[in-house]
Design a protein around this ligand. Structure first.
Ligand code: SAH
Length: 468
C-alpha cells in the first residue's frame, strides 16, 4: 500500500525538513507487521513528493497473532486485501515514521511547520465502506478538494462490477501536521476495520490526533464510532470529551442550570419573546421564503417561523445533537399537518465548516450564537456564513455588554451565560459587523431589541445584513 504527499511551497524540498527525512535518501523502518519505506520520487525546488510505502507481511501477521484464528476462516487469514490497501496499518506507519511532523515540530523549519502550505495527497487504493460520499463527507469539511475514482473489482472482468476501493487525491492549503493527523484518523474510519484491539488508549489517541479539528467536524459522531470500532461506550466517552465546551453548555442547558442564569436575568424583560418577535418581523419584512436558523438550539425561533405562511422552507442547524433532539421533541412535529411539518428540516452541522446544505437561502438568523464561538475562530465562521452560505439577508443578535450593569445580580465583568466567550459593547459589535459587511459585500444596519436605556443602550443588539 502506498501514499504520496506533494507540495509546491517554495522551495518544495523543504518538505524534507518538515518530515525530518532527507529527500536524497531512501529510509527504511521495520514495523511489527512488515516494513515501511520512505522515498522521494521527485524533489525539485518547484515540486517535491514523498512516498510512504508500507509492505504488510500477511503470513508474518498470522504467525505473530496470538490467540485463536480469526473468524474469517483459514484462507482469509492469508489471502486478504490488507497488504494492498490503505488501512490502520498505514496510520501506524505514519505515526511511527512521521511522528515528529505529526506533533507539529520541525528542527530546521519551525516557521514552515506552523504555516499552511499547498499539499496534495494521493492514495491509489483507499477502501471506503460508505462510498465516495463518505470520502467527501469526511474530507471536504476540513477544506480539501476531493477527487475520488472508484476502482473496478477486476480490470479484466468489468462484469464483476465495482469494488469498495477508490483512487483518491486530496488537495488543500494547510499545515503538514494537520494533514497527517487527518489521514491518521480518517483512513481507518473509511476502511472501518482495524488490525489491532481497540481499548481505552485509542480514545486518547483519537482525542490527541483530532484535538484541533474533530470537535467541530460535522461527522464527528460517525468518525468516533468507526474509529473506535463501534465500541459504543468508548465512542460515547470520546464524544463527551471531544466537545467539552459545547457539551457542557448543552448539558447545562438541558439541566436548566447556567441557562437559568441568563433566563433569570432576562426573563423579567421578556427579552426572549421580544427578540423572537423582532426577528420574525424582519424575516417577513425582507420577503424571505426560505430561512436558515443557524445555532437553532432547542428551536424556540423555529416554532414561530413555522407559524408564518409566507415561509416555505425552514432549516434549523446546530452543532449539538442533544439540542436538536430536544427541538424535535418540543416542536411536536408528528402532531403538525404534513404540509407544515415538511417545511422544516433539522440539520446537524457546525458553523466552522463550509457546508453546501446551507446555500441558497433568502435569510439566515443567528440568534444569540456568535458569543458562543471562540473569538479566534470567528474568521472561519464569517466565511462559512457570509461567503459560502451567502444568504441575501443575515439577522444576527448578541447581548449588549454595556447593559449588564443593569443586572444587579450579575457580578461586574461576568457574562450572562458561562458558555459565552465574549460579550460585545455596542461599539465593538458595530465595528465587527461593519467590517464583515465591507469584506463580504453586504450592507448592515443596527436595531435595538428590548427597552433602551438612555446611557447603556438596549439589552440585546441586532444587526441586519443585506447583500449588496
Ligand atoms: N438560537 C437559539 C440558541 C442560542 S444558544 C436561541 O436563541 O434560543 C447557542 C447555540 O449555538 C447552541 O444551541 C449551540 O449548540 C450552538 N452552537 C455553538 N457553536 C456552534 C457551532 N460551531 N455550530 C453550530 N452551532 C453552534
Amino acid at each position: 500500500m502506498l501514499l504520496t504527499i506533494s507540495t509546491t511551497t517554495q522551495p518544495a524540498t523543504d518538505l524534507g525538513f518538515l518530515l525530518h527525512k532527507n529527500p536524497a535518501r531512501v529510509h527504511r523502518f521495520e514495523q511489527s507487521f512488515g516494513r515501511a519505506t520512505v522515498f522521494y520520487p521527485e524533489a525539485t525546488a518547484e515540486r517535491c513528493t514523498v512516498c510512504l510505502l508500507v509492505d504488510v507481511d500477511p503470513v508474518g501477521l498470522v504467525r505473530r497473532r496470538s490467540g485463536p484464528a480469526g473468524e474469517d476462516g483459514q484462507l482469509a487469514q492469508y489471502v486478504n486485501d490488507r497488504p494492498y490497501v490503505a488501512s490502520s496499518f498505514l496510520s501506524v506507519a505514519l505515526s511511527d515514521v512521521f511522528g515528529t511532523a505529526m506533533a507539529g515540530r520541525s528542527k530546521d523549519r519551525p516557521e514552515l511547520a506552523a504555516t499552511a502550505i499547498p499539499l496534495e495527497v494521493s492514495i491509489p487504493v483507499l477502501p471506503s465502506r460508505g462510498g465516495e460520499m463518505l470520502i467527501r463527507e469526511l474530507f471536504e469539511p476540513l477544506g480539501y478538494a476531493v477527487r475520488a475514482e472508484r476502482l473496478p473489482l477486476d480490470e479484466a472482468f468489468p462484469g464483476w462490477g465495482e469494488s469498495r476501493y477508490f483512487s483518491v487525491t486530496l488537495s488543500g492549503t494547510l499545515r503538514l501536521q494537520q494533514l497527517l493527523n487527518h489521514l491518521y484518523v480518517l483512513i481507518p474510519v473509511l476502511d472501518d476495520e482495524k488490525h489491532y484491539w481497540v481499548g481505552d488508549d485509542e480514545v486518547e489517541k483519537l482525542l490527541r490526533r483530532g484535538a484541533d479539528w474533530l470537535p467541530t467536524h460535522p461527522a464527528k459522531e460517525q468518525i468516533a464510532r468507526r474509529y473506535l470500532k463501534h465500541r459504543k461506550s468508548l465512542a460515547r466517552a470520546a464524544l463527551e470529551r471531544l466537545t467539552p465546551s459545547e457539551a457542557e453548555a448543552d448539558d447545562a442547558r438541558v439541566a436548566g442550570k447556567p441557562a437559568a442564569r441568563e433566563d433569570a436575568l432576562e426573563a423579567p424583560l421578556r427579552l426572549n419573546e421580544q427578540r423572537i418577535a423582532k426577528v420574525v418581523e424582519v424575516v417577513l419584512e425582507v420577503g424571505a421564503q426560505s430561512v436558515l436558523d443557524l445555532g437553532c438550539g432547542e428551536g424556540k425561533l423555529l416554532r414561530e417561523l413555522l407559524r408564518q405562511r409566507q415561509l416555505e422552507r425552514i432549516v434549523g442547524v446546530d452543532v449539538s445533537l442533544r439540542a436538536l433532539e430536544i427541538a424535535e421533541e418540543r416542536l411536536e412535529l408528528d402532531r403538525l399537518a404534513p404540509a407544515i411539518r415538511n417545511k422544516l428540516t433539522l440539520l446537524h452541522g457546525s458553523l466552522m465548516y463550509r457546508d453546501r446544505r446551507l446555500q441558497g437561502f433568502d435569510a439566515a438568523t443567528l440568534i444569540e450564537v456568535v458569543e458562543h464561538l471562540d473569538a479566534p475562530r470567528l474568521r472561519a465562521f464569517e466565511r462559512v456564513v457570509f461567503e459560502n452560505a451567502r444568504p441575501a439577508t443575515v439577522i444576527l443578535t448578541t447581548p449588549n455588554a454595556e447593559y449588564n450593569a443593569k443586572f444587579s445580580s450579575l457580578p461586574a465583568g461576568q457574562f450572562r451565560h458561562p458558555d459565552h466567550r465574549f460579550e460585545w459593547t455596542r461599539a465593538e459589535f458595530e465595528r465587527w459587523a461593519g467590517d464583515v459587511a465591507t469584506r463580504f459585500g453586504y450592507e448592515v444596519r443596527f436595531t435595538p431589541v428590548g427597552e433602551v436605556d438612555a446611557v447603556l443602550g438596549p439589552p440585546t443588539q441586532m444587526a441586519i445584513f443585506r447583500v449588496r
